[in-house]
Design a protein around this ligand. Structure first.
Ligand SMILES: Cc1ncc(COP(=O)(O)O)c(C=O)c1O
Length: 399
């Protein structure tokens, strides 16, 4: 082949999201007639609430089929700004809000707007893989902040402080966290904001699970400690708490100096989010809170089942998740005994036992030794899946 026809290194080096690969493998087994319990993918099993779906259908019927401004419809941007202001007791202007195709595009656009070659970006590890891949894609250096089980996987200011340098451009935080369910305290968030401010760096706060939180805990945003919106970038979206994953709707809140560059990126990539989808989002913001509450109540019940079932398993354990809908199970004893890694363990669970889970190393190098299960699933599937896993662990490790 003519070497000039090779795909770019930049594209080839992207590390894709493994949960989609595991899902593909599981679906393949299903087409061969195998029954699979899906605990791998991070998405609500609920269908989007009816009023939200109907608003989008109505919009389509009414002919909402055109481009909108790049940062989204004014009404939606205003509704996002108002809700953010209300939730956090702060002032936010719609001018700082840009609507995106999922929070994934928000992460991409935020990194595209700030990362120069060689810039360092701290990110939680184990954590959502798009941070590390995104930073690398733009020529930056991803610097993992190891989340430790003994700190309940919180990203502490002490750990962040040890790793910041003159090259730090941004610190990514994610609370509640995927995959550990960790929730940062007020002091954690404030501490990170202060470190970033001292260093002249940004805090990118991924808040996609912010309403999915348990035990009466509160979610804190760096927005609450950055009065003039100087160095905070908030990434959020409709996927998780409104059960709208397939709609691809998210947003990003940025300091004023970043709005134009960020919107140039969005304009280049997608021009604007789909119009009727934005109208669905508006309905979610205006009349979606009860549905969120009801879904979170269900997640809370399922979480208890996960805690109960995992506590019955032998030689594995799990930090009690405080938010999101994942259990991050420490399987180090099993993989040591069986002389495998988490990837191999997950593939045995899938192929031999019919339970799809995500290997911990899919969430970064420090995720090795764990597997992630999603409990955004029916009580029956969760119980059955975990009981099969329990038996599988005993067999695999030969206990
Ligand atoms: C922490 C985190 N951020 C962002 C996303 C992306 O979500 P979406 O693009 O659907 O809004 C996910 C999805 O799994 C996630 O777990």
């Amino acid at each position: 082949m003519n070497p000039g026809l090779k795909a770019s290194r930049r594209a080839l080096n992207i590390e894709g999201e493994s949960s989609f690969i595991v899902l593909g493998n599981a679906k393949m087994l299903e087409t061969q007639g195998k029954r699979i319990i899906h605990l791998e993918i991070g998405e609500p099993d609920f269908i989007t609430p009816a009023n939200i779906r109907e608003a989008a259908i109505r919009a389509l019927k009414d002919g909402e089929t055109h481009y909108t401004p790049t940062p989204g419809m004014l009404e939606l941007r205003k509704a996002i700004a108002e809700k953010t202001a209300q939730d956090f007791g702060i002032d936010v202007s719609f001018e700082n809000v840009s609507v995106t195709l999922g929070s994934k595009e928000a992460i991409f656009a935020a990194l595209a707007s700030i990362v120069e070659e060689g810039d360092e970006v701290l990110y939680p590890n184990p954590g959502y893989p798009a941070y590390e891949s995104g930073v690398r894609f733009f020529g930056g250096k991803p610097v993992p902040v190891r989340l430790r089980e003994e700190n309940e996987f919180r990203m502490t200011p002490e750990e962040v402080n040890r790793l910041v340098s003159d090259k730090t451009k941004a610190i990514v935080i994610n609370s509640p966290e995927n995959p550990t369910g960790a929730v940062l305290s007020k002091d954690d968030v404030k501490g990170v904001v202060e470190i970033a401010r001292d260093r002249g760096a940004y805090v990118i706060s991924d808040e996609v699970y912010r309403y999915i939180i348990y035990d009466g805990l509160k979610h804190y945003s760096p927005l609450q400690f950055d009065e003039n919106l100087e160095n905070t970038i908030v990434v959020d979206g409709f996927s998780k708490y409104y059960a709208m994953t397939g709609w691809r709707l998210g947003y990003v809140i940025t300091p004023e100096r970043l709005t134009e560059p960020l919107q140039l990126v969005l304009n280049l990539v997608t021009a604007c989010p789909p119009s009727f989808i934005q109208i669905g989002g508006l309905e979610a913001l205006r009349n979606g809170s009860n549905a969120v509450r009801e879904m979170v109540e269900q997640y809370a019940i399922r979480r208890e089942i996960v805690i109960e079932e995992v506590s019955k398993m032998r030689r594995v354990h799990m930090v009690r998740p405080k938010g999101a809908f994942y259990g991050f199970i420490n399987v180090k004893e099993i993989i040591d005994r069986a002389k495998v890694n988490s990837l191999k363990l997950a593939s045995i669970l899938l192929e031999k036992y019919g339970v799809a889970v995500l290997h911990g190393s899919a969430m970064g190098s420090f995720g090795e030794g764990y597997i992630r299960i999603s409990y955004a699933n029916s009580v029956e599937n969760i119980r059955n899946g975990l009981r099969i896993m329990s038996r599988a662990f005993d067999e695999i490790a030969g206990f």
